[in-house]
Design a protein around this ligand. Structure first.
Ligand code: GLN
Length: 494
């Protein structure tokens, strides 16, 4: 197979081609490395690329595939990982200056699982610093450009991951989603992704942002690639006590699934003020498509949406300020020069090591946890969390899935969000609720806006109902070709 044939494949197709001996893991890795070095100057998806190690890993994996020792559907396939998941002996920066020299002495559980299944770790993807942001602009390593229009952001915080898959710089990527960081960049870059039920994928080795919300998940060219990737990394891990045993997604069931009789709720509160008319139109057309295929659609109210953003930012910042206290210039990474005493080491290292957005969040988190404000903000947010749980329980008594937009807009111009952070926070309105109550949700492309930029629709399921989400998404992708639309990569602009 030649380089272009290899690069045109999905991750599952490439895995099959390697098992069928039509190509090899080394050929695929070399082809991808060439695509990365050709496109990186345009898009900046990666923080580091493990060229040498990936090629030698691919060689070792190929031997095991040939001997029949490795049979996983993704054995031999190069996989890219957001730079907040630890890779033993390979730089892990979390998009921050404070971890710019951090070489982890261990790998995240999900990285070890991928390697055990024969996936080849090709490199680490750009992201908002500590996964805080919706644009990848807060990265210490520069913004990633959206492959559909290089003057626009790829979304965030897993912007490097979504852009890499969209730009043909990754067959498959892993992101993390604390409040939408897998789904929103997938929506902006026209690719598919899933944030699993909280506890499905181990967070051991994931640099923590907000521990009760963080979850790792796959990003791919279609939902079946994502499902295959999820199956490899899921499962109970003694090193993360919040994990549980999960049933692998049955890909054959998804391939044959008929949406006839599937009950889908359309939350009217996801279609109100602030939603771009093009996004609204594309998502409602997608809902109509599912209806024409036999799904039963019903509108319902989810008024709790109004409280989504404040509740999320209180909980996320409270947990973040505590999690980030470990970065003090002593234990990990960057230490500032010229400190007078120990306190000054902490002060200077954190002042120089963290970027502005991270500092905002640390201050906000300390504020909502401080003794005078704890009851008014943090405790209140936990009470609202209970109400959100109740609203979703009521909805899932009636519906198998909830369908709505992933984000209120398509990709925004670079520079627009950081000048108005409140507007950026409001952009998380449709994604954060599911993190607050630990639900699974996927996003898949459902068309283009009037500028030719991709629109994503979100499918939310009840706890542990990844199969239902993937079944419906796979049926939609069989019946449509939105996921096959690609940016004009030569121009970088549609
Ligand atoms: N945009 C949200 C935030 O900045 C979500 C980020 C995420 O999911 N990591 O907190």
């Amino acid at each position: 197979m030649n380089k272009d044939q290899i690069l045109s494949m999905t991750a599952l197709a490439l895995g099959q081609a390697i098992r069928d001996k039509k190509t090899t893991s080394v050929e695929a890795t070399a082809a991808l490395l060439a695509a990365i070095s050709e496109n990186e100057p345009k898009y900046n998806c990666y923080i580091s690329v493990f060229e040498k190690q990936a090629l030698s890993d691919a060689k070792a994996v190929q031997v095991k595939i040939d001997s029949g020792e490795l049979t996983s559907p993704l054995a031999g396939v190069p996989v890219a990982i957001k730079d907040n998941m630890c890779t033993k002996d390979r730089q892990t920066t979390c998009g921050s200056k404070i971890l710019s020299n951090f070489i982890p002495p261990y790998s995240a559980t999900m990285v070890s699982k991928l390697e055990a299944a024969g996936a080849v770790i090709i490199g680490k993807l750009n992201m908002d610093e500590f996964a805080m942001g919706s644009t990848t602009e807060t990265s210490y390593y520069g913004v990633t450009k959206n492959p559909w229009d290089v003057s626009r952001v790829p979304g965030g915080s897993s912007g490097g991951a979504a852009a890499a898959v969209s730009a043909g710089e990754a067959f498959l990527a892993f992101g993390s989603d604390t409040g939408g960081s897998i789904r929103q960049p997938c929506s902006f870059c026209g690719v598919s992704g899933i944030k699993p039920t909280y506890g499905t994928v181990s967070r051991f080795g994931l640099v923590a942002y907000a521990s009760s919300l963080d979850q790792i998940g796959p990003i791919g060219q279609n939902i079946l690639d994502c499902a295959a990737a999820l199956n490899i990394v899921m499962g109970k891990d003694p090193k993360d006590q919040t994990t549980m045993d999960s049933t692998p997604v049955d890909l054959d069931e998804a391939r044959a699934f008929d949406v006839k009789g599937l009950r889908i709720g359309i939350p009217l509160d996801y279609f109100g003020e602030g939603l771009d008319p093009d996004v609204k139109a594309r998502v409602l057309e997608a809902a109509e498509k599912l209806k024409s295929m036999g799904a039963i659609l019903e509108e319902f109210r989810l008024p709790i949406v109004e409280y989504a953003v404040p509740t999320y930012y209180i909980i996320a910042c409270a947990e973040a300020c505590s999690n980030l206290s470990r970065f003090d210039g002593i234990k990990y990474g960057f230490r500032a020069e010229g400190a007078k005493d120990l306190l000054d080491v902490y002060f200077k290292s954190r002042s120089e090591g963290f970027g502005l957005e991270v500092k905002h969040r640390i201050m906000l988190g300390n504020f909502v946890l401080s003794s005078g404000y704890y009851d008014a903000y943090y405790r209140k947010a936990l009470q609202v969390k209970a109400l959100i749980k109740k609203s979703f329980d009521e909805a899932f008594a009636k519906y198998d899935l909830i369908l709505g937009p992933t984000a209120p807009t398509t990709a925004l111009p670079i520079g627009e969000s950081l000048s108005d952070p409140l507007k950026m926070y409001l952009g998380d309105i449709y994604t954060v609720l599911v993190n607050i109550v630990g639900l699974p949700a996927a996003t898949i492309p459902c068309g283009l806006d009037s500028r030719g930029l991709p629109v994503g629709m979100q499918l939310i399921g009840n706890h542990r109902q990844e199969q239902t989400i993937i079944n419906a998404a796979a049926a939609f992708q069989r019946a449509t070709d939105f996921h096959l639309q690609k940016p004009n990569r030569n121009e970088g602009q549609v």
